[in-house]
Design a protein around this ligand. Structure first.
Ligand code: BGC
Length: 269
C-alpha cells in the first residue's frame, strides 16, 4: 500500500448477545444485528433442573463468559434474552415450561445485574418472530402473519403489517379439553412416538382453530422441527399458506439480540 494511504475504515458491525432459554437447552451467540447473522459459534448448555431463575442466570453467565473469550465485546454490548413465558417490561408473568419461581420475577433487572450489561428480556416466540420477519420467511410480508414455534411448548408471535402484538400465547388455546401445546408441540411428537402423519393431524387442528380466530395471511412454523418441514407441511389442510421458518433454531437468538440492540442506550452506555 502506498505510504500515507490507509485502507478505508470498516465500520464495526452492530453487535448484541442473544440468549434463547428453552425447555431443554439454553443457547447463546453474538449476533451482527444489521445482517441477522451469528458472528460467534452458538454455545449451549442443558437447561438446569429445576430451571429456577438463579440456576438459569448462572448458566447464562457461563455462556456469556465463553462468548466474550471468543469475540471481542464492548462493555456496552447489550444482551437480549428470550424466555418461554409472558414477559412484560422485563418481568415474567407465566412459566408453563420453566420453574414457577419465574412468575413475578424481574428477569431484566436480575440478568442485567448478573451479566453487567444492558439487558432486554422478552417472550421467546416474540424474539424468534421478530428475527423471522426481518431476515427470514416473513421478510417483506405485510398483512397478518402468525408465527408458531414448535418446541417443548408452542410459542406464537402475531404481526400486523410488520408490527408485533406481544405475548399472544396461542399455544395455550384449548383444543378438545387440552392446551394445544400438549397435543401438537414438537416435544409431544417425540414423547408420544407419533408418526409425522399423526402429528400433522394434531398440528392441523390447532392451525385450523388459529385460522378461525385470527385469519392470518401467512403462517410460519419455527423451532428445530422446521428443518423437517417437508415431512409435515404438505399434509396440512389449513387455508392460509404455511411455510417453514428460515432461521430455524437461530431465530430466537437473533431476535433477542435485535431487540436488545434496539433499546435506547442508557446514560451509563
Ligand atoms: C409458553 C410461551 C412460550 C412457548 C414456547 C409456552 O408454554 O407459555 O410463553 O413462548 O411455550 O416456548
Amino acid at each position: 500500500m502506498a505510504r500515507g494511504r490507509r485502507a478505508p475504515a470498516q465500520p464495526a458491525p452492530p453487535l448484541a448477545i442473544g440468549i434463547d432459554v428453552g425447555g431443554s437447552g439454553i443457547k447463546a451467540a453474538v449476533v451482527d444485528v444489521a445482517r441477522g447473522e451469528l458472528v460467534s459459534e452458538r454455545v449451549r448448555v442443558r437447561t438446569p433442573r429445576p430451571a429456577t431463575p438463579q440456576r438459569v442466570i448462572e448458566a447464562m453467565h457461563g455462556l456469556v463468559v465463553k462468548l466474550a473469550k471468543a469475540v471481542q465485546l464492548d462493555p456496552t454490548t447489550a444482551v437480549g434474552v428470550g424466555i418461554p413465558g409472558v414477559t412484560i417490561d422485563g418481568i415474567v408473568h407465566t412459566a408453563a415450561n420453566i420453574d414457577g419461581a419465574w412468575v413475578g420475577f424481574d428477569a431484566a433487572a436480575a440478568i442485567a445485574a448478573a451479566l453487567e450489561r444492558r439487558t432486554a428480556v422478552v417472550n421467546d416466540a416474540d424474539a424468534a418472530g421478530v428475527a423471522e420477519m426481518r431476515f427470514g420467511a416473513g421478510r417483506g410480508h405485510a398483512g397478518t402473519v402468525l408465527i408458531a414455534t414448535l418446541g417443548t411448548g408452542i410459542g406464537t408471535a402475531l404481526f400486523r403489517n410488520g408490527l408485533l402484538v406481544p405475548n399472544t400465547e396461542f399455544g395455550h388455546l384449548e383444543v378438545r379439553g387440552k392446551d394445544a401445546e400438549q397435543r401438537a408441540s414438537a416435544a409431544v411428537r417425540t414423547r408420544r412416538g407419533l408418526s409425522w402423519e399423526k402429528w400433522a393431524v394434531e398440528l392441523d387442528e390447532f392451525l385450523h382453530r388459529m385460522d378461525a380466530l385470527v385469519w392470518p395471511d401467512l403462517i410460519i412454523l419455527g423451532g428445530g422441527v422446521s428443518k423437517d418441514g417437508e415431512r409435515f407441511i404438505p399434509r396440512l389442510t389449513v387455508r392460509p399458506p404455511v411455510v417453514a421458518a428460515r432461521l430455524r433454531n437461530e431465530a430466537g437468538i437473533v431476535g433477542a439480540a435485535m431487540i436488545a440492540a434496539a433499546m435506547a442506550p442508557t446514560a451509563a452506555g
